[in-house]
Design a protein around this ligand. Structure first.
Ligand code: ISL
Length: 665
């Protein structure tokens, strides 16, 4: 591929996969529509010129030194040119696979079902609910981590990969669960958390205790420079306080080895006073990053993967798997990119130099021999990067989770704002039309890291059941009729929305607790709480309503399951399962005007049309089903058509707020 320089036109940059995704991301962070790139004047501008023009945007402070702008430009060019390949999207019939036909259901074990009354969900609780899940129609389960862990980040900090955490049960319970899943004709995938281990993992303990240990190079240790090294330390394994210095590559006595931020606030380095060393952690201070450049790390990880595949698990969801390759030397992050992305250093590992090599190796050495399924969690990936990681011919991952649809441009999870579904439509249309038939999309709105989507669309859903059902129905219709594999998050089918937490003491997530402290440094307690409440991951982590609520938690937090929504999920899942056109069929956009989303899915002579109002006001539909010979399958306001008469009914030519209709011919 042609190398990009500051003299390349934006159209040339946009034609490269990484250039496309990076610029899409920059626009998104700045709250600017991608449509600007379509303008011919913009397309013919040279990259260097655009960056200099950007000094008039909030990206740069007034009077920024041109040398600073030049550095950002070079940093961007470096990532763009690191990718020599591109994927040409195909438009053929997709190859069939069980995971394309499946509907996945994500279980967050600690809050799913408590079988022994200790207030925490467990494996036996999941076993108790297998018939419920089967009946719902889902046919694959993804379990968030159940491994032995100090639970600093709810199990995403693993102490022993081959042991079940006693809070969830035993290995016998797990074996029984897996057998129960398979008996019911379902699949089970586990969470693979191998960007980091717990600081209590044997490897890390050995590495810290002995610089000569073979495990030392399993992590990123850096000797602290000179006297006075180390920020504030507490006990033996704690971080330096405050923000790391933002610039400069020179050795900073007493400062961390580079300026990278942790995603959970503060610098990405722990200082270990007794050993006078630093170690890298992109997430919590108990989640230590593994050095994937060390072949022994990789072999040990593949061994562990085989341990679970030998038991019969069907595949893995791979936690932050795009972060595993870091730029050698761990150079400082560019401060401007850091400001834009909210975290300094990301450009050195979100699309690292050996990432594809490792994806390929995991596939070859661990997954392919078992025909195991993989879905990578890849924060920061746009569609082109996703193609490079998932196109069949590349032998890397089966699917990825991209997150760019979870917030509208210009917003982050902690902002108080209304999500505009017109953005979701544009995002989906782009993927439907351009992802390519050799790639397969994951379809989800919720997971354990995000507030519930319906609450973002309209925060009043908590007090207005009619509005809530409308929005949830619309989201469900889209999820089960677009092309891709739906991932239902536990509680989606119950109609759960965000919780009215009243204070920080009700929140237990390690992320929000760090951020809340940080917010308090610059804002009033009320404003800090507002932000924490908007973004906290706790919304999705409360015990499901079918549990007995622990005595120390106020009852009002326990939302009720909505049987109407559950029934709807069942029917929509069944509709999808029985319709090859909805699974493998092509996609055509029929109407994408403001607040409209009308599309066709078709295969082998069967066509579905899905006609939606994305807004809070009535709109006129442009699709007349009966005239075109279509029968009504479902209508938000009337439910599923059960009789011939209902199927042939001509509904109002206007769509009510958030109404969705499904037609078939
Ligand atoms: O990277 C981020 C910001 O750009 C995060 O939002 C990131 O996407 C997310 O935190 C990664 O999530 C996964 O890894 C974490 C864990 O806390 C999450 O629960 C998990 O889903 C660390 O293992």
């Amino acid at each position: 591929m042609k190398k990009i320089t500051e003299n390349s036109k934006l159209s040339e940059v946009w034609a490269t996969p990484v250039g496309h995704d990076v610029f899409a991301k920059i626009l998104m962070q700045m709250g600017i529509s991608e449509k600007v790139i379509k303008a011919p004047v913009v397309r013919s501008l040279k990259l260097g010129k655009i960056m200099r023009l950007a000094k008039h945007t909030p990206l740069f402070e007034k009077g920024t030194d041109p040398a600073v702008i030049d550095k950002v430009t070079q940093a961007i060019i470096h990532v763009i040119n690191s990718e020599p390949d591109e994927v040409v999207p195909k438009n053929e019939a997709p190859k069939p696979a069980w995971w394309k036909e499946a509907v996945f259901y994500q279980i967050y074990p600690r809050s799913f079902k408590d079988s022994n009354g200790d207030g925490t969900g467990d494996l036996r609780g999941i076993i108790e609910k297998l018939d419920y899940l089967k009946d719902l129609g889902v046919n694959a389960l993804w379990l968030s981590p159940i491994y032995d862990s100090p639970q600093d980040d709810n199990g995403y900090d693993i102490r022993d990969y081959r042991k079940i955490d006693p809070m969830f049960g035993s290995m016998e319970d797990f074996d029984e669960l897996l057998a129960g899943v398979h008996e019911r004709g379902m699949h089970l995938i586990m969470d693979l958390v191998v960007n980091h281990t717990s600081d209590e993992h044997e490897w890390f303990k050995a590495a810290l205790a002995d610089p000569e240990s073979k495990y030392r190079d399993y992590y990123f240790f850096r000797e602290a420079g000179g006297a006075g090294a180390g920020g504030e330390t507490v006990e033996n394994s704690t971080v330096s306080g405050g923000k790391a210095p933002a610039t400069g590559n020179q050795l900073r006595a007493g400062a961390p080895p580079n300026n990278w931020d942790s995603f959970f606030s503060g610098p990405a380095w722990n200082y270990y006073k007794d050993q006078n060393v630093w170690a890298l952690h992109l997430f919590s201070k108990k989640q230590m990053d593994l050095n994937w450049d060390n072949p022994n790390v990789r072999e040990d990880v593949y061994d562990m993967i085989r341990f679970w595949l030998d038991k019969g698990v069907d595949g893995f969801r791979m936690d932050v798997i795009n972060y595993i390759s870091k730029e050698p030397g761990l150079p400082d992050g560019d401060p401007t990119i850091g400001k834009l992305m909210n975290f300094t250093g990301v450009e050195h590992y979100f699309y690292g130099p050996r990432m594809h090599e490792y994806f390929h190796e995991i596939h070859e050495k661990a997954f392919a021999p078992y025909n195991a399924f993989s879905v990578g969690e890849t924060p920061g990936f746009g569609m082109k990067m996703a193609q490079l990681a998932t196109a069949e011919e590349r032998g890397e991952l089966d699917m990825i989770f991209s997150f760019d649809h979870l917030e509208t441009p210009g917003h982050v999870r902690y902002d108080d704002y209304r999500y505009d579904l017109n953005y979701l439509r544009d995002y989906m249309v782009d993927w439907m039309q351009n992802y390519g038939s050799q790639c397969w999309m994951s379809l989800f709105y919720n997971n354990h890291d995000n507030p519930r989507m319906a609450s973002k669309v309209d925060p009043r859903v908590g007090n207005d059941p009619v509005l809530r059902r409308r929005i949830q129905t619309l989201l469900a219709v889209l999820q089960f009729t677009l092309r891709g594999t739906p991932f239902v998050y536990q509680g989606d089918e119950m109609g759960l929305v965000n919780y009215d937490f009243v204070g920080i003491d009700e929140l237990s997530d390690v992320e929000v607790r760090g951020f809340y402290k940080q917010f308090l440094e610059t804002m009033t307690p009320e404003a800090a709480w507002e932000k924490a409440l908007c973004g906290t991951r706790d919304h999705a982590r409360e015990l499901l309503p079918w549990n007995d609520f622990p005595a120390d938690r106020p009852d009002r937090l326990n939302q009720q399951a909505d049987p109407e929504i559950e029934k709807l999920y069942k029917e929509l899942i069944a509709l999808r399962a029985g319709s090859p056109a909805l699974i493998y069929g092509g996609f055509a956009l029929l109407d994408g005007r403001k607040d409209h989303f009308c599309y066709m899915r078709g295969k082998d002579g069967t066509s579905y049309v899905v006609d939606c109002n994305l807004g809070a006001h009535t709109v006129k539909s442009s699709f007349d089903g009966p005239i075109q010979g279509f029968r009504l399958v479902f209508d938000t306001t009337k439910g599923f058509a059960r009789t011939e008469e209902q199927a042939l009914r001509r509904p109002d030519d206007r769509l009510a707020p958030y109404e969705a209709r499904i037609w078939v011919k």
